[in-house]
Each structure stands twice: as structure tokens, then as C-alpha cells.
Design a protein around this ligand. Structure first.
Ligand SMILES: [Zn+2]
Length: 354
């Protein structure tokens, strides 16, 4: 039973016990009781995050339903959807362009049916991050068409933008708690961002990120989530570059850091903010949530489930607890994502192994 409920029960009991009192005495008793009531209970909300969502051609071809003549990616998510739907906010990294106006393609220049985003939304994903090395796989028009599709479908997005005015932190209100999402990538696979159109893709720049986080706070964010696309692929441990960027993000005020791009799960750690109080969780790589990749560990990922708490007095929002749910893609079974019952999480090497 919550403190608030307990207080109300007490109040009712007192009112019954003093049933014979005058209305004035009752009012005084109630006023005294109300003064002692705590402001309110802390508010708890949950965030879920998953890593790279890719669509290689075996998946695209497998998603084609010849009877209905539509692409349907929902079988991939049917097992795992309850884990995503249970969170107040779920974030995924969309590692492909969605442009139905041109041929679909897999590696190295991805273009997937927009039905992929429909399946993500139905599975419980609220926001996709689009700042990654495949953002420009279909050029500027592919990037713009992808944003139009995401808007039509009604799924949130951040990391790529149509114009400078749109390049703003993405704000989400969850039961009065202001969350902001930002996304950056360190690479576009050598595909140049069109001249004078830097707004198209959020390329990692610590000064820009610091300004964005400040802006998000000024706009009312209580908690800032940063997705960062970085590091060498297929490495089970973060590179120095990743550690450096994560440190910079902690210093400039990020509250939660979601790493993507290595395509395998990397270890996670907590760091303390410069204020010496709050913890910042860094997931160096969430791994692959969905793909047809078959290199070691690339069929695995994690779902981060983080609980945030708002202090009822200070209104400060911080990380309360978290857990990681291991996932695996069953490539031979419609690329269905399931909970991995034999996870092999990489552990930080001990001092004598380093
Ligand atoms: Zn990537």
C-alpha cells in the first residue's frame, strides 16, 4: 500500500472516530493531518531500449506475404513484443532507410519496406533513432522519404532531420516526467553529408551535443537519453574511442547512454556525474536486435529495462534500477526474436587479463 493511501485511510478512520465532533473540529483535525501528509509518492517510469534493427534481403523477401501482397515483419516481433510494450517508452536504432519509392536492398546500401516501422510500432517501439552509418545509404531523398514514412506511420524519430528548424531534441512526457532523446553517429560510411545541409544527420560533435543537452534541459527535460552510434564493428569490448565519447557525454550532462553499431553486445558500466550524485548508465553496445547477420554473437542483443524515479520533493529524475534481457534472432524461423536462455554476456576482463 502506498504512503498516500495509508494517509487517506488514517484520515477516514480519524473522521469516523470523531463522528460526534462539530464540523469546525473536524476541519481542524483534517488540516493538521493534511500538513503531515507527504507531498506525494515518488513517480517511477520504465524505459526499454534495443539495439540495431536491420533488414537484410533474406528478411525482406521472407516478410513478403503473397496472399495479401504486403510486407509483414510482425512475425519477427511477436514473441518479444510484450517486453517492449510493458515499458512506458521504448527506443530502437533503425539501421536502414525506409523508402518505398525505390527498390529495396540489403548490405551495403540498405533500403527496407516502411512496413518494418509499422511492425516496430505494433511491437511497442515508440521512438527510432536514425543517426547511424546507413542514414545516407539512399542519399538525401532516401533520408527525407524515410522521415515522411515514419511520420505517416506515427512512430517517433530523432537523429536525422529535414531542415535546421527541425533539428531539435525529441521530447516525450511520461506521467509528468520530461524525457528528451538525442542521437548521434560517428560515421556515415564515407557517404558525405550534402554541403550546407549538416542538419540532415547528427554527426557526433561534443560541442554540439553539449549545446543540445542544454537546450533539452531549457525546454523542460528532466532526463536526457543519448543514443550514440560508434566503435569498431564485431568487437566484444569498447574501444578507447567509445570510452572517450562516453566520458564526454557523462561530463556534458547525459543521463543515459545507449551505444549501437558494433552489432554485438558489449559490457556496460555506471559512471557518476560531475555533480558527484547521480549515476549514469552506459551501455557500450546493445548488440543486434534484428538482422540476418551470422558472424559470432551478431544474432544476439539485449533489451535494457531501466526504471527512473522522480524525487517527490526535489522533482529530480534519476536512474533507480535496471536489468538487461538477452535476446536472440532465430534466423531459420522467420527471424523471430526470442529471449536468449543461454546468453554469453562479455564480462569486463579482470586486471591481470588486461
Ligand atoms: Zn551501424
Amino acid at each position: 500500500m502506498s504512503r498516500k493511501t495509508i494517509s487517506i485511510v488514517l484520515l477516514l478512520t480519524v473522521m469516523v472516530a470523531f463522528g460526534g465532533c462539530t464540523a469546525k473540529v473536524k476541519e481542524e483535525i483534517q488540516a493538521d493531518m493534511v500538513e503531515e501528509l507527504p507531498d506525494s509518492d515518488p513517480i517511477l517510469i520504465t524505459i526499454a531500449a534495443v539495439g540495431d534493427v536491420m533488414a537484410h534481403m533474406p528478411q525482406v523477401n521472407g516478410a513478403w506475404d503473397p496472399e495479401r501482397e504486403v510486407y509483414d515483419f510482425s512475425p519477427s516481433f511477436k514473441e518479444i513484443a510484450p517486453y517492449l510494450q510493458a515499458a512506458d517508452l521504448t527506443i530502437a536504432n533503425l539501421e536502414t532507410v525506409l523508402d518505398d519509392s525505390r527498390p529495396y536492398s540489403g548490405y551495403p546500401r540498405f533500403n527496407s519496406p516502411s512496413a518494418l516501422a509499422v511492425a516496430l510500432l505494433d511491437a511497442g517501439v515508440d521512438i527510432v533513432t536514425t543517426a547511424n552509418n546507413h542514414a545516407l545509404d539512399q542519399g538525401e531523398s532516401g533520408l527525407l522519404n524515410c522521415l515522411d514514412h515514419l511520420d505517416e506511420i506515427g512512430i517517433g524519430h530523432t537523429g536525422t532531420f529535414r531542415n535546421e528548424a527541425e533539428r531539435q531534441p525529441l521530447h516525450i512526457d511520461v506521467r509528468g516526467i520530461g524525457l528528451a532523446c538525442l542521437a548521434y553517429t560517428t560515421t556515415t560510411n564515407g557517404l558525405p553529408v550534402p554541403k550546407g545541409k549538416d542538419y540532415l544527420v547528427n554527426i557526433w560533435d561534443p560541442d554540439q551535443a553539449e549545446a543540445d543537452i542544454r537546450l533539452a534541459r531549457r525546454q523542460g527535460a528532466d532526463f536526457v537519453i543519448v543514443s550514440i552510434h560508434f566503435g569498431p564493428e564485431y568487437q566484444r569490448y569498447p574501444a578507447q574511442e567509445q570510452k572517450q565519447i562516453a566520458r564526454e557525454l557523462v561530463e556534458i550532462g547525459a543521463d543515459l547512454i545507449l551505444g549501437c553499431h558494433p552489432h554485438v553486445v558489449q559490457p556496460w558500466e555506471e559512471q557518476i556525474k560531475p555533480n558527484g550524485e547521480q549515476r549514469v548508465l552506459i551501455i557500450y553496445s546493445l548488440g543486434n536486435f534484428l538482422s540476418n547477420q551470422y558472424f559470432p554473437y551478431t544474432d544476439r542483443g539485449v533489451i535494457l529495462k531501466a526504471t527512473l524515479i522522480q524525487d517527490p520533493l526535489t522533482k529530480m529524475v534519476s536512474l533507480d534500477s535496471y536489468r538487461l534481457i538477452p535476446t536472440k534472432v532465430l534466423r531459420e524461423q522467420h527471424h523471430t526474436i526470442v529471449v536468449d536462455d543461454q546468453p554469453e554476456f562479455p564480462k569486463w576482463p579482470s586486471a591481470d587479463e588486461m
